[in-house]
Design a protein around this ligand. Structure first.
Ligand code: GH3
Ligand code: MG
Ligand code: MG
Ligand code: MG
Length: 300
């Protein structure tokens, strides 16, 4: 059975909540909030798929509540439909200008409400799918370069003192003599190698926030948070060993009977504010040292 969508109904009047709830409960999981403040709290905890939002409420009104939802990355993308007694065009324009996907005036017509909810849930699913396709590499399931850009992009928001103080490491990985592998074993087996190396990298990163991306054809980058140089070297060394221990035959390699990787890494404090290109350039220089020094090694 597919999971039911979760709709949050925000309205100060119990009669409205009961009416809308009765309409929706058959098809959706329905949550209720009686005020804007309560809605913000509940949305953070329960991650609704769509929000029905009243405008006139004591305390925080619906417009201010909507602004708060849009400012919080956790709720910014949740579709909001205003359901309100305010039927002036100015009120409607204000609601839509705040980023709501729709604006319905009371009395609500149940059948119409349900169709609109379905339409917006469908659009939201498509948007989510598009966003994930845009940042994923289809061969390995890892992120792609866009995901790396986005991960660095979060630096531009204002960081707390503790965040700026945190160490971060970037690991660059390149498969050794991979052109020779393709020439000998074919592109299909080459693709399988790329996937299996990706698995070693995922297994090697420990924290939820860490990310691994396929950076180019047979090149990968990992961002390790809260990790300084010794920790990063340890992780990179483990990845290198894991790839060797898969013992994927590679007669085209000049340094080993098995597939191997070379690794370059850099570490620094997040607050250094170096642009991503500079982190990557430095890691690339270290990777070059690994290649130059004989491959199948880590330089940091
Ligand atoms: P080095 O040890 O110096 O890294 O040598 P290399 O042969 O790995 O380096 P080079 O960059 O010259 O070659 C990379 C090769 O990776 C070339 C290309 O055929 C292969 N490659 C790139 N993308 C893919 C892919 O998606 N699938 C497969 N099978 N091969 C790929
Ligand atoms: Mg009200
Ligand atoms: Mg390469
Ligand atoms: Mg290579």
């Amino acid at each position: 059975m597919t999971q039911r969508s979760r709709i949050m109904v925000v309205d100060d009047e119990i009669a409205n909540i009961e009416m809308i709830g009765a309409v929706l409960e058959e098809e959706y999981e329905v949550l209720f909030a009686r005020s804007g403040e309560q809605a913000i709290e509940l949305a953070r905890r329960s991650r609704p798929d769509l929000i029905l939002l009243d405008v006139v409420m004591p305390g925080m009104n619906g417009y201010d509540t909507c602004r708060r939802f849009k400012q919080d990355p956790a709720t910014a993308d949740v579709p909001i439909i205003f359901t309100t007694g305010l039927d002036g065009v100015e009120s409607e324009v204000e609601g839509l200008s705040l980023g709501a996907v729709d604006y319905l005036t009371k009395p609500i017509r149940p059948a119409s409400l349900q169709r609109r909810i379905d339409n917006h849930l469908g659009l939201k699913q498509l948007r989510d799918r598009l966003a994930s396709l845009a940042t994923l590499d289809p061969l390995t399931g890892l992120g792609n370069r866009r995901m790396l850009d986005a991960a660095f992009g979060t630096d531009s928001r204002r960081l707390s003192e503790a965040e700026r103080d945190e160490w971060r490491s970037i690991i660059l990985v390149d498969i050794d003599y991979f052109k020779g592998f393709n020439d000998l074993y074919g592109h299909g087996d080459g693709d399988i190698c790329i996937r299996r190396v990706a698995e070693c990298l995922i297994a090697g990163t420990r924290r939820d926030r860490d990310i691994c991306v396929r950076y180019g054809g047979e090149e990968f980058a990992c961002i390790l948070h809260a990790t300084s140089l010794p920790g990063a070297i340890h992780i990179a060394e483990k990845m290198r060993q894991d790839v060797q221990e898969m013992m994927i035959p590679h007669s085209g390699s000049e340094i080993s009977d098995w597939l191997s990787i070379s690794v370059g890494l850099v570490s620094g404090r997040v607050g250094l504010d170096l642009p991503m290109t500079q982190w990557l350039e430095q890691a690339d220089q270290q990777l070059y040292q690994s290649k130059h020094g004989g491959r199948n090694r880590v330089t940091g």
